[in-house]
Design a protein around this ligand. Structure first.
Ligand SMILES: C[S@@+](CC[C@H](N)C(=O)[O-])C[C@H]1O[C@@H](n2cnc3c(N)ncnc32)[C@H](O)[C@@H]1O
Length: 252
């Protein structure tokens, strides 16, 4: 994992923001939408006012606005928010720079959505705990929080220390990743080849932590949610040992 040595390091979701949708976003959105529509029916979700926390490029926000929701979309990354504004900025979406640990929409919402492993980016238990409390505080009675988390199985199995080179929109990239069992953290080095002013590479270092399901469920109760369910994000059935991503639905 010496991929980062000697390269200029840029913040996560800075260089990658412009190609996020082609790389991950569109595919992730299709998957999210299928699940969302099933969860909406299953849990009778109210989408009148939605906080889309860690909204990224805003694909889910744009969809929810189309569906008639008032949406407060927020993210920590300014380049991702700039993409969201450029691609999907429209009346009805309020874009804000906000840390999901301190989510604070302009008014209480009926639904908090936090999708596509955004919460795995919180590397400390205290951070995840704080995020769940802020989701709870943002909800009005009867509201729900829906979010997903990559499992340790996914992060471990998906890691590959052998560098993988590919191209997106004419940008050459080299990815390598490593899983650390002790910390339950996967580190992904995203190298952008020959893009710096002097023609050298630059790198974004993305880190995701896996959390124990039982611990997350305990924290949801501790945060004040009255109900919480977890399922396999693929198929929305019972989660098992080889589940790659978990879908949580918590209500107040
Ligand atoms: C994999 S992207 C998912 C984006 C979007 N939710 C989607 O479904 O495509 C993860 C996002 O989480 C954001 N993020 C990471 N940590 C954050 C934090 N503490 N608060 C808010 N956003 C955060 C990143 O900036 C990035 O846009």
């Amino acid at each position: 994992m010496n991929e980062t040595r000697g390269y200029r390091r840029t913040p996560v979701y800075s260089t990658s923001a412009a190609i996020y949708d082609r790389m991950v976003g569109h595919y992730a959105f299709e998957h999210w939408r299928d699940n969302f529509e099933r969860l909406e029916r299953r849990y009778d979700l109210d989408i009148s006012r939605v906080a889309d926390a860690a909204c990224g490029t805003g694909l889910a926000s744009a969809y929810l606005v189309e569906r008639g929701a008032e949406v407060y979309a927020s993210d920590l990354s300014l380049p991702m928010l700039a993409e969201a504004a450029r691609l999907h900025g429209r009346p009805g979406v309020c874009l804000q720079r906000q840390d999901m640990r301190y989510l604070y929409p302009p008014s209480r919402v009926t639904l908090v959505n936090c999708a596509t492993d955004a919460m795995n980016h919180l590397l400390y238990k205290a951070d995840l705990r704080r995020a769940l409390s802020s989701f709870r505080a943002a909800l009005e009675p009867g509201g729900h929080a829906i979010f997903d988390l990559n499992t340790a199985w996914q992060l471990r199995e998906g890691s590959d220390t052998v560098p993988w080179e590919f191209e997106v929109d004419g940008r050459r990239m080299r990815w390598s990743s490593a899983w650390e069992e002790v910390s339950s953290i996967c580190t992904l080095n995203m190298v952008f080849i020959d893009v710096d002013l002097d023609g050298s590479d630059i790198v974004e270092v993305h880190r995701e932590r896996a959390y124990e399901t039982a611990w997350v469920m305990e924290e949801l109760a501790r945060a004040g949610f009255d109900s919480a369910e977890v399922m396999d994000a693929t198929g929305l059935g019972k989660a098992g040992e080889q589940t790659r991503r978990l879908q949580f639905v918590a209500g107040v």
